[in-house]
Ligand binder design. Structure first.
Ligand code: ATR
Length: 284
């Protein structure tokens, strides 16, 4: 455990709620491992106080913060600079101060791609990918997959207008199509996809699933869920029993932390170390 003193460097996470987050455990353990006199604290910030909280980071000499729900998009106007990927995604989960300037990054989406490669050996280049859901997470993954060289994306959603909005954010980087949830066209696209990802929150309640049928799953197909509690959602269970290669959201959480840590400290930390910290918390 770090001994906090007059020269301790400050990091934190702003969100509402923030008490459940695994990030303090991950980052503080990593600081200790590398012998850094750094500390990372949860900072509960309601939306009405977001601007004041972000502006105070410079005054209070925070070197970096993570940003979580519901501030990932709303934080952008209060930053001085945006990394190009964060700009394309339209959401920030990591902010670092460089010469008192606040610079925003997104490590969620590259973290997802890193975990996919690390855990399942999946390389995005040239692949056909279906994304279920059309919220902030879907948009981030769609943009990162397009930047990563995916050949074709399908955005599947209950509300078509939201799917079309995500498709528009991908721009011309790769072919993209929108599908209404649980339709024959959707099932055809899913069955032809190399990778299918659930980004909806349906599945956090045990037994619930966004799809009414899993006949599309092929043996050896890659199927992921961004949810990490429960560890194996009904969506992943259905894919698993049909022989798919499955991955839950723990890897994405660990990898976004690993990438944020590198931005915070300029030093690498192993993915497996961050993942162990999440698993050790015993909340999964
Ligand atoms: P996040 O920012 O985490 O991605 P979000 O913006 O709230 O979360 O997006 C949630 C997504 O889950 C949306 O695509 C939503 O569908 P709609 O666009 O139709 O609202 C989808 N979703 C939420 N509850 C759902 C349900 N019961 N069935 C199907 N889709 C659902």
């Amino acid at each position: 455990m770090t001994i906090i003193n007059g020269t301790t460097t400050l990091f934190g996470i702003i969100g509402d709620p923030v008490a459940h987050t695994a990030s303090p455990a991950m980052h503080n353990a990593a600081f200790t491992k590398l012998g850094l006199n750094y500390v990372y604290v949860p900072l509960h910030v309601p939306s009405a106080k977001l601007e004041a909280a972000v502006l105070s980071l410079r005054v209070l000499n925070f070197r970096g913060i993570n940003v979580t729900v519901p501030h990932k998009e709303d934080v952008i106007p209060f930053l001085d600079e945006l990394d190009p990927l964060a700009r394309a995604i339209g959401a920030v989960n990591t902010v670092i101060t460089i010469d008192k300037r606040l610079v925003g990054y997104n490590t969620d989406a590259p973290g997802f791609l890193y975990a996919l490669k690390q855990e399942l050996g999946f390389i995005v280049t040239g692949k056909k990918v279906a994304i279920i859901g059309a919220g902030g997470t879907a948009r981030a993954l769609a943009v990162a997959l397009a930047h990563g060289g995916a050949a074709k994306l399908g955005i599947v959603n209950r509300t078509m207008a939201n799917a079309q909005h995500v498709a528009a954010c991908v721009g011309r980087r790769c072919a993209v199509q929108s599908f209404a949830l649980n339709t024959p066209d959707m099932r055809t696209f899913l069955s032809q996809s190399d990778l299918v990802i659930n980004t909806t929150s349906v599945g956090m309640v045990a037994g619930e699933t966004p799809l009414d049928d899993y006949g599309w799953v092929r043996e050896g197909q890659y199927v992921c869920d961004v949810i990490y509690t429960p560890e194996k959602t009904e969506f992943l269970s259905q894919a698993d029993v049909r022989g798919a290669k499955i991955l839950n959201g723990v890897g994405m959480l660990a990898a976004q932390g690993m990438l944020a840590f590198e931005l915070f400290t300029g030093q690498p930390i192993p993915y497996s170390f961050m993942k162990d910290q999440i698993i050790r918390r015993g909340k999964l």
